[in-house]
Design a protein around this ligand. Sequence first.
Ligand code: MG
Ligand code: ZN
Length: 236
Amino acid sequence: MSEHARPPEDSRRRVILSDKPLSSTAKKVLRPSGPQDDTRRTVLLDRDGTINVEKNYLTDPAQLELLPGATEGLRSLQAAGCVLVVVTNQSAVGRGYMGIERLDEINSCFTALLAAEGVRLDGIYACPHAPWDGCGCRKPLPGLVKRAESGLGFQAASAIIIGDNHSDIELGRNVRAKTILVRTGHGREVEAQGTASPDFIADDLREAADLVLSGITQGVPSPSTPHAVPDRAQPS
Ligand SMILES: [Mg+2]
Ligand SMILES: [Zn+2]
């Protein structure tokens, strides 16, 4: 994979730590390069359990471990021109397990890990609150997506959300985006419970990327309409 070794330095999209004060409710770690072309599909990605291994409150950069297939999937989406945005609940901050600076450090390492694999994210939006804080940005509430929409200039209703948990799928419903549940992280358990209604289910991020790039995810009804067979894209 030498062609993916280290991406060339690109001043337009290099990582810039948020210019917002640390008390900011949801932090945007990366700065977008500018309003995006409408023809570029935006893919909103959960972090833990979807891109990296779920660690149940990841509080140390050393715990970051990319899931098999994750970078391949992200690279193919990127190569097809998709805008890649991470939206993540990080209540470990609100619960007092780590400070916001540590979250920044983890996200910087996460970005660097992906960059070393040839993947450049267009943004990371994180909710640092605890469930009892009553914020509007903890998934499945739409705050992070709204913030990303205005920061990056896309329409959530034409985006796709990929994640491993109920909150990711409900977020999709709340912003009328298509959803793919991945069977990594909590995904298999969520699938077995049968209480989430994703538009599609994929084994991992690589397979989810294939679904997006096949165009099939654009053909399903919106989440507000009666549901498509969630698993129909999954050959058995
Ligand atoms: Mg997750
Ligand atoms: Zn929040």
